[in-house]
Design a protein around this ligand. Structure first.
Ligand code: HEC
Length: 178
């Protein structure tokens, strides 16, 4: 009794197994046109990603821990941002600022920030002009970050600290120019 029960159960199991094996085997075509069985297909079937959309977009409702919330306009930036004290106290601030200015700004603004020394087609304004001397530091921080009109933004290449170093150095050029 016990033995025949077991026997019928193992018959059932082996039938099910052979049906499963047959369906797996027949589902693959080897002429290269069928979909082959895939094991861990993550690399082959990557999710479609829309252009300009980051994989790293944070999930809806997540809260940024380390983000810098930039002011939208230079006027807002002037009110909200001030030169950090640490930059003012850094004895090497001007050396660093000069190096950065000479790397990123010289091509269009010239070593004296008076503008237009390299490419005659690009005529940037004279940054030693009174109009600019009167602007608060946040204005320059904003412009370096985002650029304006045909001036490209450098937020991606120059860190926030480095931008302040540049502003600090630019102030010394403005004093010489005045
Ligand atoms: C590719 C050329 C180019 C480079 C590099 C460049 N600028 Fe400019 N910049 C311009 C031009 C052109 C303008 C004038 C934009 C306009 O049409 O109003 C300008 C304008 C400005 C202004 C005045 C913006 C205003 O609203 O009046 C500031 C300040 C300035 N640049 C700072 C910098 C600093 C600092 C750097 C270096 C980090 C830099 N720029 C690098 C081309 C450049």
């Amino acid at each position: 009794m016990q033995a025949s029960k077991l026997g019928s159960r193992s018959w059932l199991i082996s039938t099910l197994l052979s049906v499963a094996a047959a369906s797996v085997l027949t589902s693959c075509r080897y002429d290269g046109t069928g979909t082959k069985m895939q094991w861990a297909p993550d690399m082959a079937d990557s999710p479609a990603n829309k252009a300009q959309r980051s994989y790293l977009d944070p999930p809806v409702g997540s809260v940024a821990m380390n983000a810098i919330f930039y002011a939208k306009t230079p006027e807002d930036a002037e009110k909200q941002f001030a030169m950090p004290e640490a930059i003012g106290n850094d004895p090497e601030a001007l050396t660093k600022g000069k190096e950065l200015f000479n790397t990123f700004c010289i091509p269009c603004h010239g070593a004296d920030a008076k503008g237009g020394h390299i490419n005659p087609a690009i005529v940037p304004p004279d940054l030693t002009n009174d109009v600019y001397v009167k602007r608060a530091d946040g204005f320059f921080f904003h412009r370096i970050t985002f650029g304006t009109n045909i001036m490209p933004g450098y937020g991606y290449a120059i860190s926030a600290w480095e931008r302040w170093y540049i502003v600090k150095y630019l102030r010394t050029l403005q004093k010489k120019g005045a």
